[in-house]
Structure formats: C-alpha cells, structure tokens
Design a binder for this molecule. Structure first.
Ligand code: FES
Ligand SMILES: [Fe+2]
Length: 430
C-alpha cells in the first residue's frame, strides 16, 4: 500500500515532476527504427515523459529528434513539409534542419538577423538494436545501455511495440510479477516434467516444469537494479527439486523475463505507456517458425493482434473482447487470447493510475515492493532538491539477463543460475 502522495510521486512524469526528472537521466527508447519514415516522407510522432516530439530522417540519413511545436507560433511539425534538408512548417514556411536550427524564415525581411538565432528544442538520439534511443536529460548523456541483444546481428533478435493505456509503473509491475503467470497466462502454459527450462513451442504454447502457484520470491540487489528468483516446487520431485525463474529488473523501467524477453515500459505520459518487447537468441538467427511461435504466445501478430497504430481492438469499452462463453466451455481460463492482451486487459482495468492506497500486497508481491522502493527513494531525493545517486547509469547492462532452471531445493539459485557473475559482483540478498 502507498500513500496518495507517494503514488503520485512514483507515477507522474510530466514537466518538473521528480519522477520525470529522474527518467530523463537515462537513455530511453523513443520509437522503433521501423517507424521512422524514409527521407522525404515526413516525421513520426514521438511522445516521451509528456513531451511532444517528432523524429525524422534527413536526406543524408541522419535522424533528428525535436519538439513537435514550431518555434514560431506553435504549429505541429507533424504537418511539416519534409524537404530533405529540413522540415518546413506549413503555416509561415519556417524551415528547421536536423540540428534544430531555423535556417529559413521567408516572411522576415532579407536583412533580418533573427534567422540563425532561433532554434527548435532538439535532443541527442542514437540508433541501436532496432530502436531509436533518446536522451532528454541535462548535460552530457551517460553511456548507452548495452543490453545483451544489442550487440547481436539483427537476425538474432526481434523488437515489437504495443501501447498500453496505463501508467508505466503499472505495466512494469506486471513484468515483475511471476505469480500472475500461473493464472492470467495459464492457458498458454502447460505443466510438464519433461523440460528443464520453459520452451515456447511452434503452436505458441509453452511448457513449464511446475504446477506450484505459490512461488517464493527472493530478491538480490545488483548495480543496475535487482534480479529476483521465483522459486516453485518442480513437478518431477516436489520435495527435492525447485523450478526457479529469475527475472532481472534494470532501472528505470526494464525487465528481462525467462526465457529471453526484455520488456521496456516507457512512459509516453503519466497515463500511457509504450511497451517494447524484445526476444533474442545468442547462438542462432531466429527462424521464421520461431518468430511466429513467440508472436503467437505473446499475442503480437501485426494485423491480427495489433492494429497499425500499435493498439488493439480490445479495450475498456468492449471489455477487451473477453470471451465468457469460452470460459464456460472450459476453452480458456481468462476469456482473453494472447499473453500481452491478457496483460493489457488486467492492467487497463485498474484505471490509468492504480489507486495504491487501497491495495493489499502479499508475499508474491515482494519484487514489486522492492522496485517501488527504488523508484521512490530517488524521486524523494529529487523532490527534496538533492542530486540523486544513480549507480545504474554507469553499470553494465549486458548483465541484465534472465534465467530459468530446475535445481536441488538446497542449492542457492543465485549461484546455480548466474555462476561466476553471481560471485563476482552482483547479488546482495535483501
Ligand atoms: S507557426 Fe510555424 S512558421 Fe509560423
Ligand atoms: Fe503477464
């Protein structure tokens, strides 16, 4: 349970809200690279922490990220003409280059010194791992986080996007909540003693070597955030064996979930989140069959599950198309199809910002509580006018890894799953 004031402090990101100031210290995914039109085709809208921006690629192939608001009198640059070497506002013809300089003001006198002195707000941006990354903070940006998939060839990973009509913490809490998978995603998961790790099959279903719905949650702090183990009795020998799913939380809004799903809950504003999902394979290029299996499991098939605007046909006013007949017939546990659709429905049903003053947290919510404490500790520093300490800004994000295995109950899951990395630097138990 949180006080109303803490809930607001944790969730509000616009303007000079402390959480927004905190998030701006990090590089953030701004959009998929696939969303940025080719040169000459105009910009794409980018919303981040309540700021209205556009991204576009100029004729030289360079991507610019700048305010959507024309610095003359505020017309949206989403309407601008794309002239290759600049975006020209259609209201009075001001032209703005990729660095944000207003390089033409055709309405001003020829000898006016105004042209060249006005700039649009721009932000540093970098293309990496299928995403455009943006830095909206003060001073020099920190190093770009190098998640494990970002240095792989593009054939080894897939990046998808979907929009949630909820605050980013609500969506992040779903990513750090192992216990919900035994219910919300139970139709996609079948228990089996045959598998050491969970596998996604070609029909989009997944096997899990446990039927235990009451996982013990054990949190180990790391420099980038924490890794928690969800420890369940294993089907093969419930007394002696444990099935452990280890999920990493990396500040400020990333999770890495077994087997290899990265989820980034990026706040567009306080009530809307872009969820970027990445899955990858270190060893092999992903085959079309594998990609299809993951897309089916996740409910991320473009054109089938997802509309072109990255939203879904199912939403609050049609009760997310919940299939009650299917529930009665025993065809589905939730009446919702695809894990992301299930996540969206439950999260949006809480309202855009959950009222955390009336919740009742249990033992399976330990990782969520820990994440909230971390976010709130820094937000309070900023609110109180202190320079926040954020060690994660310089930490090694290639260590943000998930893992899953069946181990002996007496073994330390942390050492078993993370080996040398566990003993070297990470994993203060809390
Ligand atoms: S508002 Fe854009 S040029 Fe006037
Ligand atoms: Fe989920």
């Amino acid at each position: 349970m949180l006080s109303k004031a803490d809930n607001e402090l944790m969730c509000r990101v616009e303007g000079d809200q402390p959480m927004g100031i905190f998030l701006r210290r990090f590089w953030m995914p701004a959009c998929l690279l696939d969303e940025i039109p080719s040169p000459g085709e105009g910009p794409v809208r980018v919303n981040l922490v309540g700021e209205r921006l556009v991204a576009w690629r100029n004729a030289e192939g360079r991507v610019g990220l700048m305010s959507e608001v024309c610095p003359h009198r505020g017309v949206s640059l989403m309407l601008a003409r794309d002239e290759g070497d600049g975006l020209r506002c259609i209201y009075h013809g001001w032209k703005i280059d990729v660095a944000g300089h207003v390089c033409e003001m055709p309405g001003e006198p020829k000898d006016s010194r105004m042209c060249g002195r006005v700039n649009n707000t721009t932000y540093p941006c970098v293309e990496a791992g299928g995403l455009l990354w943006a830095y909206l903070g003060p001073g020099e940006p920190p190093p770009l986080p190098r998640f494990p998939w970002m240095d792989l060839p593009p054939t080894h990973y897939v990046v998808r996007k979907t929009l949630y009509n909820v605050n980013f913490v609500q969506s992040l809490e779903g990513s750090l909540d192992s216990a919900h998978s035994d219910f919300l995603h139970s139709a996609e998961t079948s228990a089996s003693g045959d598998y050491d790790q969970d596998q996604v099959h070609s029909d989009g279903r997944r096997s899990r070597p446990s039927t235990d719905t009451s996982p013990e949650i054990d949190v180990r702090e790391t420099e980038f955030g924490f890794i928690y183990g969800a420890i369940r009795k294993a089907v093969a020998d419930p007394e002696k064996l444990a099935y452990v799913r280890a999920t990493a939380y990396a500040l400020p809004f990333y999770s890495m979930i077994p087997p290899v799903y990265m989820q980034a809950s990026v706040p567009l504003d306080s009530e809307n989140t872009a969820m970027y999902l990445v899955w990858y394979d270190n060893e092999h290029p992903l085959s079309p069959v594998e990609v299809k299996a993951h897309e089916t499991f996740l409910g991320l098939r473009m054109g089938e599950d997802l509309l072109p605007d990255y939203r879904r046909p199912g939403r609050a006013d049609n009760r997310w198309f919940q299939d009650r007949e299917g529930i009665k017939a025993g065809k589905t546990y939730t009446g919702l199809y695809g894990t992301t659709m299930q996540d969206i429905a439950v999260q949006e049903s809480m309202g855009p910002i959950q009222d955390r003053t009336i919740e009742h947290l249990g033992m399976t919510d330990k990782a969520i509580v820990h994440m909230r404490r971390m976010l709130l500790a820094t937000a309070r520093q900023i609110r109180d006018g202190k320079e926040p300490e954020i060690p994660a800004l310089n930490s090694d994000y290639s260590q943000v890894r998930s893992a899953a295995a069946t181990i002996n109950r007496d073994d330390d899951w942390w050492e078993k799953l993370y080996g040398a990395a566990a003993t070297a630097s990470l994993g203060k138990a809390v």
